[in-house]
Design a binder for this molecule. Structure first.
Ligand SMILES: *[C@@H]1O[C@H](CO)[C@@H](O)[C@H](O)[C@H]1NC(C)=O
Length: 225
């Protein structure tokens, strides 16, 4: 995410310079991210193992929730595509290297929104996955292998779009064009100044030559008598 905030003037998605994927599915933009709620014809079975959910989101990630604002967005958007409560797979997984729960992209889990009635789970860490209940917005620990959920949301970052690419290409062409003009003018100026020096310096020498020859002539005439 931070890469989007490195833009000089504003985050690309705010300038309208970033897009959601154009893969024929409906992606909902929210802040600098895009969300695909698996619904309609795509959602015929309404029963997804983690593996199946990941297949739906191939090339993207499962839902990642990193703020209350993002959690609210999912809760509020959900009734537009699904009826009633839906349990959605989250992308959170147990990372064996850091030995804690992580989001895709190995991002640490900072914001959490567990159910109130959290009993110590009997799941082994590597088999711990998380599902979000769209009505309450609360999260539950579930088995990655045995559990089946009825909702899938895929998520990805917005990508710089065609307008931005065109602007980048145009600026490169413009910079090259301006450089060429500056180079050309410089060349012309150099040639011009050598012409100028030819005109500026030669005539005085010629005048001087004439004067000297005149002087010599007069001297000669003077010395003759
Ligand atoms: C889920 O597991 C984590 C530890 O991995 C624990 O902190 C949290 O309270 C559990 N949540 C629920 C709702 O059981």
């Amino acid at each position: 995410r931070p890469v989007f905030y490195l833009t000089v003037m504003c985050p690309l998605y705010m300038c309208g310079l970033a897009d959601c994927p154009a893969d024929g599915r409906m992606w909902v933009p929210f802040n600098d991210r895009c969300y695909h709620f698996v619904h309609g014809e795509e959602d015929a079975i309404k029963s997804y193992t983690l593996e199946r959910a990941k297949t739906f989101c191939q090339g993207f990630e499962l839902l990642t929730i990193q703020s209350a604002e993002e959690n609210d967005f999912v809760m509020k958007y959900s009734p537009q595509v699904w009826k009633g409560n839906v349990n959605v797979w989250l992308g959170m997984f147990f990372d064996t290297n850091s030995e804690d729960m992580r989001w895709p992209g190995n991002e640490p889990v900072e914001y959490i929104n567990w159910e109130y009635s959290s009993s110590p789970s009997d799941l082994v860490p590597v088999d711990t996955c998380v599902a979000l209940h769209t009505v309450s917005g609360r999260w539950e620990n579930v088995s990655c292998l045995d559990e089946v959920e009825n909702g899938v949301v895929c998520e990805t970052a917005q990508k710089p779009n065609a307008v931005l690419s065109a602007l980048v290409i145009l600026s490169v062409v413009a910079i090259m064009g301006i450089s060429a003009v500056i180079w050309f003018l410089q060349q012309k100026h150099n040639v011009g100044s050598s012409f100028l020096s030819a005109f500026e310096y030669h005539p005085p020498f010629r005048v001087l030559d004439n004067d000297q020859s005149c002087l010599v002539e007069t001297e000669e005439t003077d010395s003759v008598p």
